[in-house]
Each structure stands twice: as structure tokens, then as C-alpha cells.
Design a binder for this molecule. Structure first.
Ligand SMILES: [Zn+2]
Length: 314
């Protein structure tokens, strides 16, 4: 399994923007962390790959973090993915994290083609994209799910909510129950693009077929070259590394205990401490009675406005 990375470029005199990622190790680590079924891995792997691709499209004036929540009536219930792109460090890097409502969700393979049935796993519902505006305020916009297959839903979101015609390909391929290949491609048609160029790009994408099949047969660079064949590809940089990363910490989970009453916290201490789990990365923290006791002094009168959750979130 290759490592996860991203390629960015433009074609047809900057009127087409191309973002491509190999997210094989990212999907593999997500499966392992959350002990996901192959079905849930395919669904969340696609959404996390999509969140990273969306994060790449943000202008530098926006905070380069995006979260996408999908809520459906299928057995998966819901899933959330967050993609973060940092240009600040030398060379830059991207990361993602995510979780699902039901990690053991699974369905029979689709009768028509023998593939994992992500559409039925997700069901009918809504897709909501939240981004941080320049002033740090979150802005959310949502659309109805079209197929629940995620790539189509994200393309629909971009067309409707952002008026940017886009092609989105996402795929997670498992072999022997483990992630073998995962990846995604996002091409955006910018204002002023020539119809003829768009048609060439559409033909190139159609010839590519399934993205995971393509990535099993060629490198990410070859894939980007195929998509932009005849259109003059200009690569932005060699590659941008992509990894699973969570922003949780012991301190952050400990601070969420301040939303419980003093009495509840005394209860936790009497029981030898409190287990806290980060939803995003499934890291388990055992918060000791001493740490919880220390919280009383530090946090006295300093309650912030996060919602209370016994599940404890970061
Ligand atoms: Zn975490």
C-alpha cells in the first residue's frame, strides 16, 4: 500500500483546476482506528477523501479546514469527515479525520455489479458542508443526497451551492477485507473555460473509468496526466503529503468534563476516574481522579459554551 499524498494543478490556461489524491493509507488507518466494516470503510474513506479535496479548493483567505456531515436513513446512520490543509509549514501538508454513526454497518454486495453498496448504506438524507470564514465563523450549506454514493453528492453540492461545475471521482477498494487502494479526483471548471476543453476533459475522465481501478494500474501523476491529456497540465508542486491526524489531547478531553456538575465529577472521582473517548480518532483516555480534582480549581467559574456530552468530544 502506497502512502497518501496529493497533486494539484491547472490545465487549459488555468480554466480547469485539478486536485487528485491517493488516500490509501488514510483510509486504511481510519478503518483500523474505528474498527470499521469494509462497507463503512468505503463510505467514510470516500467522504474523508472528498473533505480533503474540498479543503484544497479553499482560497488562502479562508481557513483551510472543511467538515462534511452526511446523515441518511441507511444502516450507517451518519458520518462526519474533516479535511485540513496547511500551507504554513515548509512545503505544506494535509490531514483528515472522521467517524461514522454505526461502525459495524454492512449490507450484501450490490446485485448488479458485485460491489459494496455505499448508496444503500447511507440511504436518503442530507449532506452539509461547513467551512470557516475568514473571521473564524463557521458557515454551513447543505443539499439533499442524490445517490448516497458520495462522489455524485459532492459534485451536486458544488454545482448547486457554489455554482462551480465539477467532476468528482472517489473510490475505496478493499481486498481480503483490508484497504488496498483509495483515492479521489476533483476537477473544477472555472469561469471563462472553453466548452471544447471541458469536453476533452470529460472524455478523458470517462476513459479513465473507476478511479481505484485506474490507481491500481498507474501512479497518481499518470492519472492526472491522463485526465488533462491534450489540455496542457501545469502542476502546482511535486506533491503534498496527506495523513490521518486528530486535534484531540488529554487536556482537551479533560476540559470537556467541566460541563458536568461538581457532583457528577465527584462521582467520577469516587469511581476511580472517567473514561473519555475522542469521537474523531477513537483514542481512549483514562482521566484520573487527581486530574479531575485539579479541574475544579482551574476551571472554577470558567465554563465555555460547548454542548454537554457524556460521550466526551474534542
Ligand atoms: Zn482524537
Amino acid at each position: 500500500m502506497s502512502s497518501s499524498y496529493i497533486l494539484r494543478g491547472t490545465a487549459a490556461n488555468h480554466t480547469l483546476r485539478i486536485f487528485a489524491t491517493d488516500s490509501s493509507t488514510l483510509a486504511g488507518e481510519t478503518k483500523r482506528r474505528h474498527e470499521l466494516t469494509p462497507d463503512a470503510t468505503a463510505a467514510l474513506g470516500r467522504l474523508m477523501t472528498g473533505a480533503v479535496l474540498f479543503g484544497l479548493t479553499l482560497s488562502k483567505h479562508e481557513k483551510s479546514r472543511i467538515s462534511i456531515r452526511v446523515e441518511g436513513d441507511g444502516p450507517l446512520r451518519y458520518m462526519v469527515a474533516e479535511g485540513t490543509v496547511s500551507e504554513e509549514l515548509k512545503g505544506g501538508h494535509a490531514s483528515a479525520r472522521g467517524y461514522v454513526g454505526n461502525s459495524s454497518a454492512e449490507l450484501p454486495l450490490r446485485a448488479t455489479d458485485g460491489k459494496l453498496d455505499v448508496g444503500a448504506l447511507v440511504g436518503k438524507g442530507e449532506l452539509a458542508v461547513t467551512r470557516l470564514l475568514e473571521n473564524g465563523e463557521p458557515y454551513t450549506s447543505s443539499v439533499a443526497l442524490q445517490t448516497g454514493e458520495i462522489a455524485n453528492d459532492l459534485a451536486y453540492y458544488l454545482a448547486v451551492s457554489e455554482q462551480i461545475p465539477s467532476a468528482v471521482l472517489l473510490g475505496v477498494y478493499l481486498e481480503g477485507g483490508e484497504v488496498h487502494t483509495a483515492g479521489g479526483l476533483l476537477v473544477q471548471v472555472m469561469p471563462g473555460a472553453d466548452d471544447e476543453h471541458v469536453e476533452i476533459m470529460e472524455r478523458n475522465i470517462a476513459a479513465l473509468g473507476n478511479i481505484t481501478t485506474a490507481l491500481r494500474n498507474m501512479s497518481l501523476l499518470e492519472l492526472v496526466q491522463r485526465v488533462t491529456e491534450g489540455l496542457g497540465l501545469e502542476l502546482l508542486e511535486e506533491s503534498l503529503p496527506l495523513s490521518f491526524a486528530c486535534r484531540c489531547s488529554r487536556e482537551r478531553l479533560l476540559s470537556t468534563l467541566t460541563y458536568f456538575s461538581l457532583e457528577e465529577r465527584k462521582d467520577m472521582m469516587a469511581q476511580g476516574g472517567q473514561e473519555a473517548v475522542c469521537h474523531w480518532c477513537n483514542t481512549h483516555y483514562h482521566l484520573t481522579p487527581q486530574e479531575i480534582a485539579g479541574l475544579d480549581d482551574d476551571m472554577d467559574g470558567e465554563q465555555s459554551e460547548m454542548p454537554v456530552s457524556r460521550g466526551v468530544q474534542a
